[in-house]
Structures are given as C-alpha cells and as structure tokens.
Design a protein around this ligand. Structure first.
Ligand code: FMN
Length: 293
C-alpha cells in the first residue's frame, strides 16, 4: 500500500492540519514573522527554535556557510532563554494562526525535565520536540541521541512533566537511529523526528582553517534527501509511533517521497530559509502531482 495515494494526512496528534508540510526548528524562529506575512496558511505545525534554560548568543561568527550545494550552520542554539520565552514569546505566540511545537535543548536529563516543567505554565503550545542532538555534559559531552539509554532517560524526564505530545528529534551523527527511536517510543514519546543536520565541515585549503568559527557544523542540502528517506524508512518499520521527516526537502515530490517512506509529517528548513513561501508552493505542487493519481 502506498500511503500517498491513500490520501494525505488531515490531522496529526489529533490536530487538524491543512497538509503534511511543517516548519523545521531553527529556520522560522517562533513563527511570528512568517505569520505576520500570511505565510503559515499551508503549514501543519511550526517547530520553534530550540529553547534552552539560559539565554544563548550562540557561536561566534562566521556560523553559516553556503557551500553552493548546501548549507553548513553552527548557530549554537542562539535563543532568548526560558524566562523570556515564558514572559515574552509565548504570550505573543498565543495568537499564532498555526499550532506551535516547542523545540527544547538541554545539557542534562534533569534540565530537560525542569525546562519542560517550567514551559508547562506557559501557554497554548501544542507539544514539544526534544532535541537530543545536544551534548550531554553528564556523559562527557557526547550527544544524548547517540546513546539509546540516554534517549530513554531524556524522554522519560520530559514525559513525567507533560501530557502534551512529545516528539524526540534524533541525530544522524553516530549511534543507531533505529535503536534510539525504539528507546524514545518505549519511554513515552508520541513521535520521532528523523532527523537533525549531518555533521560537516568546510576548510579553506589555502590556510587549512575551517570556514566556520566553531570548525564543524550541521549540513543540510537537497542532496541529503536519500539519506533521510532511508532513515525514515528504517525507523518507520521499527516503531508504531508517527515519524516526522526532516531533511532535504526542496520540491513537492520530495514531500510525497518522504510520506511514501513512512513519514506522517514532513518538515522544511533550509528550503524555507531560501524561500519563505515554500510551504504554499509545496502544497500547490502536491495538489498538482496528485491530481492524476
Ligand atoms: C540555520 C539552522 C538552524 C537550526 N536550528 C535548529 C535548532 O535550534 N534545533 C533543532 O532541533 N534543529 C535545528 N536545525 C535543523 C533543522 O530543524 C532541520 O532538522 C535540518 O536543517 C534538516 O532539514 P532541511 O534539510 O529541510 O534544512 C537547524 C537548521 C538550520 C539550517
């Protein structure tokens, strides 16, 4: 059975959605600017920039580099921090025309729990995206996501604090994503997001020095689509919870391909940075493609 020709999703987590396209974390802020421009009409859910317990300026510049084939970023989770998100951002986001899912990033299991507990007081957001790509300081800086036991601990810590739906955003950089996804499912996640950016680096061969100040960054590019399709396919066959695809979407057919691979929702990130009207263009293109099926 091809899920695409069976009909596109009209709801996710019980929330009515206009289609399968959602906005990826870090590429749309909290959705406020795009909403003010009327650009959320065809957006299922808005996944916010990562919220961290403390405000973060992020990494030193240069922190973004266009390779010509894709984008390298080492933004470093720049965000206003928990207190200002609670006092300023969430009240402003209460009027958003589409539901907001808060992406949360922390450096310890207990901090994930306490950050989500604090955000619970904060308003009408639809759920959480738990970013396990960040370093686990209790485990020597290794990303939570590479260790299924750490993914389980984080998921359980967040689950204890909220009844809102949770998706765990997995990392492609090390570890076994299928095991991490199963650990998230067994620990109470309502979905998994597959996946964050791929570790990459650009060197200036003249100096031998990296172009990004931090050295390495996360790479995103339409060329990554087959890597994400494979991971969505593998994870989708291993878990019963929905898979949210994230990575490599440029064209309407890319969205349909990820749905055919087993995704229930498809995020767009780098494509959105290039063209803020991309979600509506994708929606129109999908309608056109499916007309003949
Ligand atoms: C500039 C930039 C900032 C990002 N910031 C975050 C973030 O704060 N949290 C997160 O989970 N993912 C973040 N991501 C990853 C995206 O949400 C997305 O998973 C990834 O870019 C793959 O999708 P794409 O190929 O459509 O860009 C960021 C990506 C970019 C390009």
């Amino acid at each position: 059975m091809n899920p695409v020709t069976e009909g596109l999703p009209d709801s996710f987590w019980g929330i009515p959605v206009p289609g399968p396209v959602a906005l990826a974390s870090g590429t749309c802020g909290f959705g406020l600017e795009l909403d003010a421009m009327g650009l959320l009409e065809d957006v299922a859910l808005v996944f916010s920039k990562a919220v961290t317990p403390e405000p973060r300026d992020g990494n030193a510049p240069p922190r973004i580099h266009d390779t010509g084939y894709g984008l390298l970023n080492s933004i470093g989770l720049a965000n206003p921090g928990l207190d200002r998100v609670l006092s300023e951002v969430l009240p402003a986001a209460a009027g958003l025309s589409r539901p907001l899912v808060l992406n949360v990033a922390c450096e310890s299991v207990s901090s994930f729990g306490s950050t989500v507990a604090a955000l619970e007081a904060g308003g009408s957001h639809a759920g959480y995206e738990v970013n396990v790509s960040c370093p686990n300081v209790e485990a020597g800086g290794m990303a939570f996501g590479v260790d299924p036991a750490a993914v389980a601990s984080v998921t359980r810590a967040v689950r204890l604090e909220t009844r809102r739906p949770i998706t765990v955003k997995l990392t492609p950089n090390g570890g076994d994503m299928v095991s991490a996804a199963k650990a998230a499912e067994d620990s109470g996640a309502d979905a998994v997001t597959v996946c964050n950016t791929f570790l990459g680096m650009k060197l200036d061969w003249r100096t031998g020095r990296p172009v990004l100040a931090r050295g390495v960054g996360g790479y995103s590019s339409p060329a990554l689509l087959p890597l994400v399709v494979a991971r969505v396919w593998q994870v989708g066959r291993a878990v019963r919870i929905p898979v949210i695809a994230s990575g490599g979407v440029w064209e309407p057919g890319d969205v349909l391909e990820l749905l055919a691979a087993g995704a229930s929702l498809v995020q767009v990130g780098t494509g959105l940075l290039r063209r803020p009207s991309l979600p509506s263009e994708l929606a129109a293109g999908i309608r056109e493609l499916l007309c003949g099926t």
